[in-house]
Design a protein around this ligand. Structure first.
Ligand code: SF4
Length: 451
């Protein structure tokens, strides 16, 4: 890794940059995309296309202060019944437009807390999803699990409906850190849930941890990572905590004076990273670690890794349909996001119209830049001859588009056989390099820290 001085000189510690889970980032979506565009885009999907489905459950029992997800608290199951009916109705509307012979390649239940749903609702939803369209033979079905909000009966229901991967939120096991982020979750509870999942035959486990939380130190981070390693997940996402209280209001509860500064964040990241590497995990993209035999690791080696709204994926489906309040869909023609407010989402679906509120229709320039940003974020490289061929652009145009990036990161980039490659510290600077080819650059300060 490059020296701290070198990284500081590059502005890494001050910079804020999008996470590029989409290009353009969702803050550039506009109301020029609505139900009519979504309807046309779904109708244009070719028979035989692989399609992924994402279902968003926006409810949580607890509202953790660090969390920037679109969630709302509920202490009862009362809102769940009508919400499930809305999801069913939205699936009906999409089903009426979608060719019957597409293949479902991935199902993902996210939120919020999908495991809030009682077992009979999980079964009902699973039954619907499993019969919505034919499932691909290699279909993966992942579910986000809050270990404090799941039990044996729900795990049995999830296994029954075909769940193949659990994505378990950990963040940090240290009690002081948990106190400061409003999220109480003991290691013992997490370990017991991991045991239940494995006993139910769900043997692909992903865990999320965060660096940059209040009161984190290298020792505390090392302790959390050791505990995570003792549970032997197949994948780990090591995200940087994004302190953006202007967007995520609950974050005003976070004691800002206890937040590590950018250089301390780098140390925390590096501490965790080294421990995962020592334990035999492969580094995937900017912030994921995977066992060498995991599909994500194999995709990274094969150069087929992709970005999606959850981070990295090996899912190559060209269509992702998001269902539920605030869910985002990706079609070859562009992005479409559902209404965020649950009540307005409900009103649209009850009226029988698709709930798209905003989105973005891709231009040829967007597609080219999206491929370049994917290349930088997934492979830390731009294969210029391949881009020329795929997008019909000239080498001169590509050199022009990358001029700012090449100049700013001159010490960190090589050009060999037409491949521009980020070398030293690529994982740290990939977001900043990607930002240099982003045509929608927003004023700094409205995104999370690049480090
Ligand atoms: S971290 Fe999970 S449980 Fe906590 S508020 Fe966010 S979605 Fe809900």
């Amino acid at each position: 890794m490059a020296s701290t001085e070198k990284l500081r000189a590059l502005g890494l510690f001050d910079a804020r940059a999008p996470r590029y889970t989409s290009y353009p980032p969702a803050n550039h979506f506009s109301n020029r995309v609505g139900p009519a565009e979504t309807s046309a885009w779904i109708s244009a999907i070719e028979p035989g296309t692989r399609v992924s489905l994402y279902l968003h459950i926006p409810y949580c029992r607890r509202l953790c202060w660090f969390c920037a997800c679109r969630t709302q608290g509920t202490s009862t199951d009362r809102p769940l019944v009508p919400y499930l009916a809305l999801l069913q109705k939205e699936l009906d509307m999409i089903g009426a437009l979608l060719p019957t012979d597409v293949q479902i390649s991935q199902l993902h239940l996210g939120g919020g807390t999908p495991t809030l749903l009682p077992p009979h609702m999980l079964r009902e939803l699973g039954q619907r999803l499993n019969t919505f369209r034919p499932l691909a033979e290699d279909m993966q079905f992942s579910v986000e699990i809050d270990p404090t909000e799941v039990d044996q009966a729900r795990i049995d229901a999830l296994a029954e409906i075909g769940m193949t991967r659990a994505s378990i939120g950990v963040q940090d096991f240290d009690p002081l850190v948990q106190d400061a982020i409003g999220r109480d979750q003991s290691f013992d509870t997490t370990r017991d849930v991991v045991g239940m999942l494995r006993a139910a035959g769900i043997d692909s486990l992903n865990m999320d941890i965060l660096y940059g939380l209040p009161h984190q130190t290298r020792a505390r981070m090392a302790d959390t990572v050791q505990k995570v390693l003792s549970l032997s997940p197949d994948r780990v996402a090591l995200y940087g905590y994004a302190h953006v209280p202007w967007m995520a209001k609950r974050q005003i509860m976070i004691p800002t004076e206890a937040l590590p500064d950018a250089e301390a964040r780098l140390e925390l990241f590096d501490t965790a990273r080294r421990l995962f590497m020592w334990d035999g995990y492969d580094e995937i993209g900017i912030d994921h670690y995977a066992r060498p035999d995991d599909q994500l690791g194999r995709a990274a080696k094969a150069g087929t890794l992709k970005r999606n709204f959850q981070g990295y994926t090996d899912d190559a489906a060209p269509v992702l349909i998001g269902i539920g309040a605030s869910a985002i869909s990706r079609y070859p023609q562009g992005f479409a996001q559902n209404i965020s407010s649950s009540s307005h989402y409900a009103a649209a679906i009850e009226r029988g119209t698709l709930a798209t509120e905003r989105g973005h229709a891709m231009t040829d320039d967007d597609r080219l830049r999206a491929a370049m940003i994917d290349g930088l974020m997934c492979d830390f490289a731009l294969d210029l001859p391949a881009l020329e061929q795929q997008f019909g652009v000239t080498r001169a145009a590509l050199m022009d588009m990358t001029a700012r990036m090449r100049e700013r990161f001159a010490d960190f980039i090589t050009l060999d056989n037409g491949v521009l490659r980020l070398t030293d510290s690529a994982r740290l600077i990939a977001r900043l390099a990607a930002q240099e080819v982003d045509a929608y650059l927003a004023p700094e300060g409205r995104h999370s820290r690049a480090m």
